[in-house]
Design a binder for this molecule. Structure first.
Ligand code: UDP
Length: 373
């Protein structure tokens, strides 16, 4: 490779793009980003499907944040449109607003609830537990058995092929439970989507003479050819970096299929969850979010699997313990060879895109600080 690089960045996802952009802008450093896939943006990658409809190739990304600074930072590279994130869940042959809110409870118990009445009712049916130890205990302690079994139990088993008792409470704890009529999927203050898509946004972010991108290139292919002057940023799976020497960390993947329909919209909202029927967990019509104007539409169906690219770390105690062993190696590798591990795959952590970007900003800051020592 004829050019010299300050940074070698493994992975062209949100973390790789942000770090390359930050060190270019703040320090004028030159980066090479590599990715084994044939596109940038990692699992945020969106593209125009054969039908002409914009799709999220690796499952829906509902961008949200509570931080205005983050929205402004990304706003340099995209216009925003409102994120219309509404989800329904299919149970007993009906579609219910999800996450559970006053409207869900009203429809489920066939009566109207004020917030106080709902609290009172849930107090009667929930299984009190001040210190839930897993996802099952957590949900039971909030909404009781019937709602848990209708909306959570089978979805979770399908998604993880594990029982909710085996998963940290943070897994089902991602989903709010509300005593109002807010039907949005998440609570965050800013719920926005890049107007032209995520790929476009990350593409603009790294559109810089100091940043080169080499796709369809693995770390194995390049690590002996490119020796960066300052640091390596690794955003791939941490167990792979260390040749699985302590064994494999489990990663959950998705087998996603796309189907075109000859109508403007097929579903009433972007996402329908199927806890109790089908082999797929959810059907997603991302057009509700992208607001693209087309006469046809595309729905994606997600079937969770252990095969394929890593999407989700599996939040369970034994995996956290195994990750810790790898993290020790990562700390040594950082000291000895200036390799930085950042992002969902490198930190084995179930974070959202906004959190991954914040992590990347922090990693870039750290790389700069260490280099200046
Ligand atoms: N979940 C559930 N029922 C649902 C939706 C989610 O039980 O209808 C549980 C399930 O265990 C899932 C977790 O809550 O893995 C987090 O859901 P989320 O929709 O945030 O998952 P993601 O979009 O990250 O796949």
């Amino acid at each position: 490779m004829e050019k010299e690089y300050d940074l070698l960045i493994v992975g062209a996802g949100p973390v790789g793009c942000v770090v390359a952009e930050q060190v270019a802008k703040q320090k004028g450093w030159r980066s090479l980003i590599i990715d084994k896939r044939d596109h940038i943006a990692g699992n945020c990658y969106d593209r125009t499907h054969e039908s002409g409809v914009l799709i999220h190739q690796y499952g829906p990304h509902y961008f949200r944040s509570n931080k205005k600074e983050l929205i402004d930072y990304l706003g340099q590279y995209t216009e925003w449109i409102p994120g219309n994130y509404e989800v329904k869940s299919s149970a007993r042959g009906e579609l219910f607003p999800f996450p559970i809110n006053l409207l869900t409870l009203g429809q489920f118990f066939n009566r109207e609830f004020t917030a106080e009445e709902a609290e009172e009712h849930l107090n009667k049916i929930r299984i009190p537990n001040d210190n839930p130890q897993n996802s099952e205990e957590f949900v039971l302690s909030r909404v009781g058995k019937e709602l848990y079994e209708s909306f959570y139990l089978n979805y979770t088993i399908k998604q993880w092929e594990m029982h909710p008792t085996e998963l940290n409470k943070s897994v089902c704890g991602r989903i709010p439970i509300r005593f109002n009529k807010d039907i949005r999927y998440v609570d965050h203050e800013y719920q926005l989507t890049p107007k032209e898509g995520f790929t476009e946004m990350f593409g603009k972010m790294i559109d810089n003479d100091l940043i080169d991108v080499k796709l369809e290139t693995s770390f194995e292919d390049i690590k002996n050819l490119v020796k960066p002057k300052i640091a390596t940023l690794y955003s791939g799976p941490i167990d792979a970096y260390f040749d699985f020497q302590y064994g494999k960390l489990p990663w959950r993947s998705l087998d996603i299929s796309f189907k075109e329909f000859d109508e403007e919209y097929k579903q009433p909202c972007v996402q329908i969850n199927y806890p109790n029927d089908h082999d797929y967990t959810r059907s997603v019509e991302i057009k509700h979010v992208t607001q693209q104007k087309t006469n046809n539409t595309v729905i994606s169906y997600e079937v969770p699997t252990w095969k394929g690219d890593p999407y989700y770390p599996v939040p369970a105690d034994d995996n956290a313990a195994l990750f810790k062993k790898y993290w020790k190696l990562a700390e040594e590798e950082n000291k000895e060879n200036s390799v930085y591990f950042s992002g969902r795959l490198a930190r084995y952590t179930y974070i959202n895109t906004d959190e991954a970007i914040e992590m990347a900003l922090e990693t870039a800051r750290q790389i700069i600080e260490d280099a200046e020592k």
